[in-house]
Write a protein that binds this ligand. Structure first.
Ligand SMILES: *Cc1c(COP(=O)(O)O)cnc(C)c1O
Ligand code: SF4
Length: 327
């Protein structure tokens, strides 16, 4: 059996709770609440990610990240639509310039998976992709600001865009002399590792820009054989591989889960970079881990791991010049 291409896998994503629940051998009662909650943010998960879930376990840490539940419909004080202030930093369609020297490009509006805790639940990314013709104002903005050294492809998930588009954009960015680094923030190589194609390796590592990829993985079980193979080819092509996770109640909120995650990441050539406290987005309150507990967990894993396997515990703060280290 040949593996489906990433495009086929995207098209075949599961969007119906009943299908997901049947595949995992769980009670169809779960799909009634899922059906109500997905009206705010659709269910979307590739088969290959579901294959890494444990059958018959309604509390599986990967399932919890993707299955809509009734708790999403509760209004909880302090959980809002734009928790990180991205709408203010949105300088041009497709461009978010909040931090010194680094700019985010929202290259694509969609993702390979819809994560229930995501701030994208509410951000109007669909209106924020300038499309192929619209990059010129963004390129002009880069060219006019010598302080910009690093461009970050973000989204949605930037690797939803095809390699031809990304190759063109990358070439145009490489032509701007003061830009040194190209970083991709993506969950695609984790959920659909076949996204790491030869074409991707070519445009990503074939220009003068230094390539960095920050993947997004929250649990050791997300890293299977195909993810490892994808990471190995990126590493061999010279990509610096980092990971960011979100600290999520019921997913990775124990020292054991976090230690296992760091070990599994390093086995796949990835260094842990950030562990984020949850952005307080409406509908995700049930994932929140209090700051004090996050600090305790962070200390607990630091006592068990070499320093390079301990991610920085951070949170976003509107108006600050970087993410805030939480202690
Ligand atoms: C996280 C983030 C960056 C990159 O920040 P680093 O600390 O360099 O990883 C850039 N822009 C925005 C808007 C971000 O949220
Ligand atoms: S932006 Fe990242 S966290 Fe949010 S839904 Fe997409 S893949 Fe998941």
């Amino acid at each position: 059996m040949t593996t489906a291409t990433w495009q086929q896998q995207l098209r075949d994503c599961i969007t119906q709770p009943s299908e997901l629940i049947e595949l995992l051998g769980l009670s169809q009662e779960l799909s009634v609440q899922a059906q109500a909650a997905l009206k705010q943010f659709p269910l979307r998960v590739p088969h290959s990610f579901v294959a890494r879930m444990k059958k018959g376990d309604a509390n599986d840490p990967l399932l919890r990240q993707v299955l809509p539940i009734a708790a999403e419909l509760e209004d909880v004080e302090g959980f809002t639509g734009d928790p990180v202030g991205d709408l203010q930093a949105n300088k041009l369609p497709g461009l978010i310039h909040k931090y010194h020297g680094r700019v985010l490009l929202t290259v694509a509006g969609a993702c390979g998976v819809n994560c229930r805790y995501c701030f994208r639940r509410e951000f109007p990314y669909a209106d924020n992709n300038p499309g192929r013709k619209g990059w010129q104002p963004v390129l002009d903005y880069f060219a006019a600001d010598n302080s910009i050294e690093e461009v970050i492809y973000s989204g949605g998930d930037p690797l939803i865009a095809n390699d031809k588009q990304l190759a063109e954009l990358t070439q145009q960015i490489a032509d701007i002399k003061h830009i040194k680094r190209l970083r991709i923030h993506t969950r695609m190589p984790i959920v659909i590792p076949e996204r790491v194609t030869d074409e991707l390796l070519q445009w990503f590592t074939g220009s003068r820009l230094q390539p960095i990829m920050v993947v997004h993985c929250n649990h050791a079980n997300e890293i299977g054989t195909n993810v490892k193979a994808a990471m190995e080819s990126l590493k061999q092509a010279g990509v610096t591989l980092l990971n960011q996770s979100v600290l999520l109640q019921g997913v990775n909120d124990s020292a054991e889960a976090l230690v296992n995650l760091s070990q599994a990441l390093f086995d796949a050539d990835i260094l842990p970079y950030y562990l984020h406290l949850l952005d307080k987005v409406k509908g995700a309150a049930h994932f929140d881990v209090p700051k004090a507990q996050g600090v305790e967990l962070s200390k607990a894993i630091a006592n068990k791991l070499p320093g390079y396997l301990v991610p920085k515990l951070v949170r976003e703060q509107e108006g600050e010049l970087s993410k805030i280290i939480v202690r």
